[in-house]
Design a protein around this ligand. Structure first.
Ligand SMILES: *Cc1c(COP(=O)(O)O)cnc(C)c1O
Length: 373
């Protein structure tokens, strides 16, 4: 077996969920497990989040919801964007909650719900675009859409929601602008005599830092996995990273001073040194530029630089004059002894966010689950 694995601590996901539940209460928690649970495994993460007190789940795609159902998870599952027409029969058959924001979307969903005669009404969540301009109804259209849902006997209006564009920047006033627009829409819908039983707006950042966004429900993703939504919110709620990334050295050699290492030969140690090969690369989700941007790994209880370019299947690590052997454990994300490398460390070196780092860890890396003790 290839000596590469990601370990996912399910107890950490449950504990992080519990911390988010405590912070957000009385709002309920919707655990976002899209993109294979941000790389942590959707089914295992969903179960851990439910054990930690989440009330419902959310995914990006109908297929992601189907995976949860096929694994036997019967919690409510919200699909966060409006599904395309050819996905609607699956959405209905799997009993997923739908998001809508256009007349056509409501009409097609109503038709799919009616085709499944005798089934329960399909729960519908009206998404309002209050300023991010990704998906959602324009505020002026929201009342008409709510009426259309209300008028369809096969559909049940379960909530109205919006999504915050800058909640990860605590001082940015635009979150309050979005919430004010959302409140105006909710007022319009109420005046039209339509009951909206639930409203939600917060992602992890807003759940942690913006009490006015918490409403009836918070939709938390990144925090479940123990990752701060942004450096500006680091440590605001104590969370435990659930994922660590490991490998074992596969080859070790001495290299003479001045030799070039890896593609391009740009890494040139000034002294003779020991170079260890570690068998994972950009096909596993280590960005190619991580080495050149100062990336390091933990090996033998020390932090050691990645030498030169990350290659598709392997990286090279400069171990100096320390004794290193084939089979030694290498930590790429996680702890070894007193040292730690986080997904946020990679993100700051790469000029991206920790979300992208964990989502990029490819399916080629086997996930090993640590059950809560
Ligand atoms: C992904 C997503 C979330 C979760 O965001 P986090 O920042 O990971 O907490 C919430 N709502 C919507 C609509 C999303 O797309």
């Amino acid at each position: 077996m290839r000596p590469v694995w990601a370990e996912v601590d399910l107890g950490a996901i449950a504990a992080n969920t519990a911390a988010l539940v405590a912070r957000s209460s009385p709002a309920r928690v919707c655990a976002v497990v899209k993109a294979d649970g941000y790389g942590h495994g959707a089914v295992a993460s969903a179960r851990a989040a439910l054990a930690g007190g989440a009330d419902l789940l959310a995914v990006a795609l109908v297929a992601e919801g189907a995976e949860l159902r096929e694994a036997g998870i019967d919690a409510r599952v919200l699909v966060l964007s409006q599904a395309s027409p050819d996905e609607l029969d699956d959405l209905v058959a799997h009993g997923l909650d739908a998001t809508v924001y256009t007349d056509e979307g409501i009409r097609d969903l109503g038709a799919a719900a009616a085709r499944r005669a005798g089934g329960p009404r399909v729960r519908v969540h009206l998404k309002v675009d209050t300023g991010m301009h990704r998906v959602g109804a324009q505020p002026a259209d929201a009342v008409g859409l709510a009426k259309a849902v209300d008028a369809d006997a096969a559909l049940e209006l379960a909530s109205a929601f919006t999504h915050c564009a800058v909640a990860d920047e605590p001082a940015n006033p635009f979150t309050d602008v979005q919430l004010a627009r959302f409140d105006a829409v909710l007022g319009d819908i109420a005046r039209a005599g339509i009951d909206v039983p639930c409203q939600h707006a917060a992602n992890t950042a807003a759940a942690i830092d913006h009490p006015g966004a918490r409403r009836d429900l918070v939709r938390v993703g990144i925090g479940l996995y123990g990752i701060d939504p942004s450096p500006a919110l680091a440590g605001r709620l104590p969370l435990t990273p659930a994922l660590s990334l490991h490998a074992r050295a596969s080859h070790v050699k001495r290299v003479a001073a001045g030799e070039g290492i890896s593609y391009g030969l740009r890494y040139r140690p000034e002294r003779e040194t020991t170079i260890a090969t570690v068998p994972l690369g950009y096909a596993d989700g280590l960005p190619r530029r991580l080495g050149e941007l100062g990336g390091s790994v933990l090996l033998g209880g020390r932090r050691r630089p990645i030498a030169g370019s990350v290659t598709m299947d392997q990286i090279l690590v400069d171990c100096g004059d320390d004794p290193v052997e084939v089979g030694d454990e290498v930590v790429l994300i996680g702890r070894q002894g007193d040292l730690e490398i986080t997904a946020a460390d990679w993100a700051s070196q790469l000029g991206t966010i920790a979300y992208e780092v964990v989502c990029a860890i490819s399916p080629r890396v086997p996930r090993r689950y640590r059950e809560p003790s």
